[in-house]
Design a binder for this molecule. Structure first.
Ligand code: HPA
Length: 236
């Protein structure tokens, strides 16, 4: 396959930077491009999955939406890695806490991503693969969060295929294993990156708690998400 690929309509070769921030929501990609980047160029709008490249503190960085769920981030991250030469893929997103010590707006830097998805089945491995973050990106993200004084947790998360689960208590089994929170994309991103020998990391903001049933409002999320974006942008 050559560029442009089915889901990313790049016209200029090399317009996508080696480091790409990946929010689920394409409008969040637009927000980041408009509020944090300089010299911005849009490179994608297929399916309204907006993608932009610009500079942050003089370093080139791209930002593109991924949509929700592992099939969606699986497609976009595969094309970015295999056809556009992307080396560092940093998901920024929200997650539901499943541990009582995680509060709304806390950051979770995902060391590993357990999953209930069949995504890893494609590799036909003779055992269970552990989708893992790039240590280098994770180490840098921890140092930035530390320096900025943000509350963060590092550990295992769950990438789930379901937001509305038939068994409302299913998360409790993952909680017993020390899993921190639930989102829906990181395991596929980590697997794609591992298979291709590139770097991935997911930085999440707690937007709700399955333990306490607390929820954030849209306005509150905006400020909290800014912290996560600031950490991610420093990884360029
Ligand atoms: N489940 C899955 N994904 C999520 C959640 C959740 O509770 N909260 C934010 N993203």
């Amino acid at each position: 396959m050559a560029i442009p690929t089915p889901h990313i309509e790049v016209k200029e070769p090399d317009i996508i930077a080696e480091t790409v921030l990946l929010p689920g929501d394409p409008l969040r990609a637009k927000f980041i491009a408009e509020n944090f980047l300089e010299d911005v160029k849009q490179f994608n709008a297929i399916r309204n999955v907006l993608g932009y490249t610009g500079t942050y503190k003089g370093k080139r960085i791209s930002v593109m939406g991924t949509g929700m769920g592992m099939p969606s981030i699986g497609i976009y991250s595969y094309e970015l890695i295999h056809f556009y030469g992307v080396k560092n893929l940093i998901r920024i997103g929200s997650a539901g806490a499943i541990q009582p010590h995680l509060n709304l707006y806390d950051l979770v830097i995902s060391m590993s991503a357990s999953t209930n998805s069949n995504y890893l089945h494609q590799y036909d491995l003779p055992g269970t693969f552990a989708p893992t973050a790039s240590f280098n990106l994770l180490n840098k993200a921890v140092k930035v969060a530390e320096k900025k004084g943000y509350t963060y947790h590092v550990g295992n998360i769950l990438s789930s295929d379901t937001f509305y689960e038939d068994n409302p208590d299913a998360w409790k089994k993952w909680a017993k294993m020390g899993v921190l929170c639930i989102e829906m994309e990181a395991a596929a991103l980590y697997a794609n990156a591992a298979r291709a020998g590139v770097n991935a990391l997911a930085i999440l903001t707690i937007s709700d708690s399955l333990v306490t049933h607390e929820l954030t409002t849209a306005n509150e999320r905006q400020t909290a998400f800014t912290k996560m974006m600031e950490v991610a942008l420093e990884l360029a």
